[in-house]
Design a protein around this ligand. Structure first.
Ligand code: N01
Length: 544
């Protein structure tokens, strides 16, 4: 802390009411709300454009798994009606165009500083200010510090520490920071490591372009058909007319989309009835974990949907040995449920080879390609890491983020083993700091823009309240965050999520403690809770 004080005086530093990290869905709306309310705000963005994860994730096939007409802001009828989505699932360039449209329409760019990376933020108690540091060593101060990096961030891509990567003579890329000029895969021998949402999307597209594709699979993946298609203009017209109904529905829903969750148990139906239910959902496209109420809470029920998807793999993949290698065994839906266009079909192509790196792990990235433990070497020109992110806490921990007494957030949360938040919005010891879709909020348990809107609106209402009541500091109480963390855990312990390994639990990152930090009680009920908390004078916070 002494070093921070030495760099004062603060009065020589630019000061804002609020500083926000990141110009994605979160940062853009936060800026708009606070600016409308008369606060001085600055958003700092590492990239040279808006879009957040959608600015960086330009890999072939990148597309969202939420339906377009719900994957947008709902706060403005005008914005909703002016923008027209072209297909059921929006592809990355279209989402980027949408966010640029919003930035333009709301004149946001004048308060965003691009090409500027925040490296840390320190709370300075004697001034009751946050000092925010940039990569070039400069800094600004703000009364409020708001994180808008989301649960996955380009700052926290996961590139496994394979031996020898520096010797690889080909080119390698991570899906989450893809070159803007694109990558020519024509005639190339390409390897893809990973088959989460990114891998499953990119593999079929890469297979069509590359001469040869090797898919390095550690854990086989359940995926269901997206059944993407261009939107019928009549459908879009109707969606726009239904704006108010849609807004209410998604905001009160469990997952930010108007999905009707099944009321019955999978175990109450006969095998034939179940198969019909699953088949109908499979033909409709999208995730199918919602069709019965207990698919994500009962191992036995979950196994019925797993069996169904495995039967689809068997039917689709012609080579029975390859089909066998593709058979997943984990609990469907407990990692982010993946949807695809031709994923399993791709393994019928002559130019695609599935490599099982669970049984024979990658030992080394050699000069010419990937070497596995069984002595095989796969010669490659291009290696694609679809290996995901150090998610949830990762983007926060990459920052030198210090609260009272110079305590590092990473230390307070014991590297992620002891995450403590008040409803995922704030944490004790870090006054006047807010996290948009922070750990222990519903965040990735649904359609993110809706979760983001809930938090942005709550935070801006809160700052207005503080200003109106001449309150200088808001800080989460230790007992409130303890209660919330326990509640969050109790809810997830009722489900199969906490029994699975995924980036949700942190188990994808070597050495990271496993801990599940998503609130699974549903977007609508959660919003009601944080609204009630605010109406009780910000219950569980100390206001000074
Ligand atoms: O990352 P992931 P992602 N050796 O962590 C494998 C959002 N998103 O970028 O399962 C070999 O899901 C790993 O294997 P395993 C969305 O929220 C959304 O795909 O750990 N393999 C796994 O197969 C999503 O959930 C969209 O055994 C290794 C893969 O890499 C989140 O981003 C699109 C390995 C990582 O999968 C992350 O998805 C894209 C190793 N050492 C992303 N390390 C849409 O909206 C990791 N793997 C559609």
């Amino acid at each position: 802390m002494t070093s921070i004080k030495k760099q004062l005086p603060l009065e020589e530093i630019t000061d804002f009411d609020a500083v926000v990290i990141g110009a994605g869905f979160s940062g853009l709306y936060m800026l708009h709300r606070l600016r409308e309310d008369g606060f001085t705000v600055r958003v700092y963005e590492k990239g040279d454009g808006v879009g957040g994860a959608w600015y960086w994730s330009r890999y072939p096939g990148a597309r969202c798994d939420s339906e377009s007409i719900y994957y947008n802001y709902t706060f403005s009828e005008e914005l909703y009606k002016e923008w027209t989505w072209t297909s059921r699932y929006p592809e990355q360039p279209e989402i980027l165009r949408y966010l640029n449209f919003v930035a333009e329409k709301l004149d946001l760019r004048r308060d965003i500083q691009f090409n500027t990376e925040i490296t840390g933020a320190h709370y300075i108690e004697e001034y009751n200010k946050w000092r925010i540091f940039f990569k070039d060593g400069s800094s600004v101060t703000a009364k409020y510090f708001i994180t808008g990096m989301g649960c996955i961030s380009v700052n926290a891509t996961n590139i496994p520490n394979f031996k020898g990567i520096e010797n690889f003579e080909g080119k390698w890329y991570h899906t989450g920071s893809w070159p803007h000029e694109g990558v020519d895969l024509q005639g190339k021998r390409v390897g893809v490591i990973g088959n989460g949402s990114s891998g499953v999307q990119t593999i079929p597209v890469v297979a069509e372009e590359a001469e040869q594709l090797y898919v390095f699979q550690r854990t086989p993946q359940y995926t269901t058909p997206a059944r993407n298609h261009p939107y019928d203009p009549q459908y879009i017209k109707q969606a726009k007319e239904n704006y108010h109904k849609m807004k209410k529905m998604v905001r009160e829903s469990m997952a930010g989309v108007p999905l009707q969750f099944g009321e019955g148990s999978a175990l109450e139906d006969t095998p034939e009835e179940r198969r019909n239910v699953y088949e109908t959902a499979w033909q409709k496209g999208g995730v199918i974990s919602y069709v019965y109420r207990d698919l994500l809470s009962s191992e036995e029920a979950n196994e019925t949907v797993n069996d169904f998807i495995r039967s689809k793999i068997r039917e689709t993949v012609k080579n029975p040995k390859v089909a066998q290698k593709l058979m997943p065994t984990y609990y469907y839906g407990t990692k982010r449920a993946v949807i695809d266009t031709n994923y399993y079909e791709t393994f019928n192509r002559d130019n695609v080879t599935l490599v099982d790196v669970k049984n024979a792990p990658i030992e080394e990235i050699a000069a010419k390609g990937v070497r596995t433990a069984d002595g095989e070497e796969y010669e490659l020109d291009i290696l694609i890491f679809a290996t995901g992110y150090d998610g949830m806490t990762g983007p926060l921990f990459k920052l030198d983020l210090r609260g009272k007494d110079g305590v590092l957030l990473k230390d307070k949360w014991d590297d992620g083993a002891q995450v403590r938040t008040h409803h995922g919005l704030a944490t004790a010891g870090f006054p006047n700091m807010f996290m948009i879709t922070g750990p222990q909020s519903p965040s990735v348990a649904g359609n993110m823009p809706i979760a983001i809107e809930q938090h942005v609106e709550w935070i801006s209402d809160c700052l207005n309240y503080l200003r109106e009541h001449d309150i200088k500091t808001i800080e989460a109480n230790v007992d409130a965050e303890e209660n919330w963390s326990q509640h969050c855990k109790a809810v997830s312990d009722e489900t199969l999520y906490s029994k699975s390994e995924s980036w949700y639990t942190g188990s994808n990152i070597e050495g990271k403690p496993s801990s599940f930090n998503i609130y699974l009680g549903g977007y609508g009920p959660y919003n009601q809770m944080i609204t009630d908390m605010a109406s009780k004078g910000y219950e569980g916070f100390t206001l000074r």
